[in-house]
Design a binder for this molecule. Structure first.
Ligand SMILES: Cc1cc2nc3c(=O)[nH]c(=O)nc-3n(C[C@H](O)[C@H](O)[C@H](O)COP(=O)(O)O)c2cc1C
Length: 212
């Protein structure tokens, strides 16, 4: 066994107080996201997206967050992928942001829904042409014989669309996660971390501190 028990770090970067943090978790998310972005990370929008399949098995993968506002968090993918099938079956997802340099994480749980075709098309056409062709070339999450087959498919769609507009595939677009729960975690000394949980109720958001 590779024993990693003696790798230890103290978390000392900051504090999060349930009394002084925002009353709206999206305001708090925005403040923390902007602060993280200001640290010039390699890929600031990176997040882990979890879904659950029909047997109850959790799945996770990294995606890029493309937009957020009071209605939720938007990301783009292939609707026929594994995650797309899970969302179609149960409509639930969880997002996770881990910002180690600030000793912070944000957890978000909620329901997912497809965004409008118009909004998906607007984003799709803002992407580099090669990425648009890539969406046509890839039957995401299904087996492909080898790299040549994938590149052959890319060449095929490149020829098909020539210099014209690449249409939005039916199976590709955005999801919006509408949060029901959000949790902000700030590492603390002696493992006394700060955790503030927001739960959505009929009359709005309620916040409370959790034990670490
Ligand atoms: C840095 C990074 C960014 C990624 N961004 C996306 C993305 O925005 N959308 C997407 O569908 N897949 C993205 N992927 C690939 C996913 O992690 C995953 O492999 C793919 O979506 C298939 O997932 P599924 O089979 O669980 O549905 C990204 C992977 C990495 C490592």
């Amino acid at each position: 066994m590779v024993n990693l028990g003696d790798i230890r770090r103290q978390y000392t970067q900051g504090r999060l107080d349930e009394k002084t943090c925002a009353d709206d978790p999206m305001t708090q998310f925005h403040a923390w996201f902007e602060q993280y972005r200001g640290t010039d990370p390699l890929e600031p929008t990176i997040m882990t997206v979890a879904s659950v399949d029909e047997s109850g098995q959790p799945w996770q993968r990294v995606l890029l967050l493309k937009a957020y506002d009071e209605d939720g968090f938007v990301f783009f993918t292939n609707y026929d992928s594994h995650k797309g099938q899970h969302f179609a079956a149960n409509g639930k997802a969880s997002l996770h942001f881990f910002w180690m340099n600030l000793e912070r994480q944000v957890e978000i749980q909620g329901s997912v829904e497809k965004i409008s075709r118009a909004a998906s098309a607007e984003y799709f056409h803002s992407r580099p042409r090669e990425s648009q062709l890539g969406a046509w070339a890839s039957a995401q999450s299904r087996p492909v014989a080898d790299r040549e087959a994938l590149e052959g498919r890319f060449a095929e769609v490149n020829t098909r669309y020539g210099q014209g507009e690449v249409p939005l595939p039916d199976y590709w677009g955005g999801y919006r996660l509408r949060p029901q729960r959000m949790e902000f975690w700030q590492g603390g000394e002696h493992r006394l971390h700060d955790r503030v949980e927001f739960l959505r109720a009929a009359d709005g958001w309620h916040k409370q501190r959790l034990n670490p």
